[in-house]
Write a protein that binds this ligand. Structure first.
Ligand SMILES: [Ca+2]
Ligand SMILES: [Ca+2]
Ligand SMILES: [Ca+2]
Length: 380
């Protein structure tokens, strides 16, 4: 039975006074109640059909037309909505420089429902694109400062104090520069992790088919079975290199004119150490100033190894023996055997001993001749 039709299901109520003038029929559906009967005449008219007349029908019927409608829109929310990562964005990464990873999240329970976030960065050589499962497995595997980093966001109280922290590796200089949290009462917003990669975070050109960083993000809300994950693939990591030398001054001692292959005498090892850190395959190169001088006499660095009057030649190698040593010029050239050195996997870098050997042409006696040579890490 629809709203547009009502059937009289009960006989009306006969009101007859002593004068017996008026007979009333209440058309009632459903069965009349006390409250219905207690309505005022106006309410009665609005809700019930009132017919007066002398006749009483045992089973009459009539149709009521709907004469108006009012629509009310109601809404409600059931807690326990999924959390969803709607977007990930990561600026170009460079070792030792803060890069921003933005994690856009939507959750109708509001951002305050967010309980934890895990960010896993994994170096992906040759763009093999490991599965999310492989990335999560790697995150809990052996630490590798050059290829993996894991950050965890933990909900704080107040929410605005929530922050990311580095959870792996436990050594090295990956770090969190800062955290940006969304508005806790909003149903969507951005979490930002400003991360600083290790000096040896593997260089990656990024893009399809190249070495890259794959980033997996997992967001967990209060529904513990609901962790949303999303990955950002093929991210680039900029080149990083540094080098230090020790000691910064070496001496060949006192030499005689027209002598060859004079080694370093101080340090006594005949070498100094070049400690390099590079996050990509690189060359170690050496070059020297063209003019060496004691302030009174200038000596010229002979480029061909046959020094003449007031000329010198310099050779360099990665040990204290002159065998394999190469002539040093004013233009950077690879040290023999160091054209394709591997990227460093440890922040301590690589120590390369450098031996130098000096040839003297015809040079008048003098003291304190000085020149400068430079060791360079060349990523190419
Ligand atoms: Ca939720
Ligand atoms: Ca990849
Ligand atoms: Ca040698």
């Amino acid at each position: 039975m629809g709203y547009t039709e009502k059937t009289i299901t009960s006989l009306g109520l006969i009101i007859a006074g002593i004068l017996g003038i008026v007979v009333a029929i209440f058309v009632l559906s459903p069965t009349p109640t006390v409250s219905a009967l207690a309505l005022t005449p106006g309410e009665l008219g609005a809700q019930w059909v009132f017919v007066s007349g002398p006749e009483v029908h045992a089973t009459p019927s009539l149709t009521l037309n709907v004469t108006g409608a009012g629509a009310v829109t109601a809404n409600f929310r059931v807690s326990g909505d999924d959390t969803n990562i709607t977007a990930l964005a990561l600026g170009a990464m460079t070792s030792q420089v803060s890069s921003s990873l933005t994690i856009s999240v939507q959750d109708n329970d509001t951002m305050d429902d967010t309980q934890s976030i895990r960010v896993i960065l994994l170096f992906d050589p040759s763009d093999a694109d490991p599965s999310e499962g492989a990335i999560t497995a790697a995150a809990t595997g052996a630490e590798a400062v050059d290829t993996k980093a894991v950050f965890t966001w933990t909900k704080g109280s107040p929410f605005s104090s929530s922050s990311f922290a580095l959870t792996s590796p436990t050594t090295g200089s990956w770090s969190v520069f800062s955290t940006i949290n969304p508005t806790s009462s909003a149903t969507s917003g951005d979490f930002a992790l400003n991360l600083v990669p290790s000096p040896v975070a593997a260089f990656a050109a990024g893009g399809v088919g190249a070495d890259g960083g794959d980033v997996l993000v997992e967001v967990t809300d209060s529904t513990t079975t609901d962790t949303d994950s999303s990955s950002l693939r093929d991210q680039a990591m900029g080149a990083f290199a540094q080098i230090s030398v020790n000691p910064a001054t070496v001496s060949f001692g006192t030499l005689t004119s027209n002598s060859n292959d004079n080694p370093i005498t101080d340090p006594g090892s005949g070498t100094f150490d070049a400690t390099s850190v590079s996050n990509q395959v690189h060359a170690l190169t050496i070059q020297a100033t063209t003019t060496w001088s004691n302030g009174a006499t200038d000596l010229t660095l002979g480029q061909d190894g046959n020094p003449g009057v007031n000329q010198i030649s310099l050779k360099a190698d990665d040990d204290a023996t002159v065998a394999d040593a190469q002539f040093v010029t004013s233009t950077a050239a690879d040290i023999t055997g160091h054209s394709t050195d591997s990227r460093d996997t440890s922040e301590t870098g690589t120590v390369t001993p450098i031996g130098l050997f000096l040839d003297l042409g015809t040079i008048s006696a003098g003291s304190d001749f000085e020149g400068t040579f430079t060791i360079i890490v060349d990523g190419g």
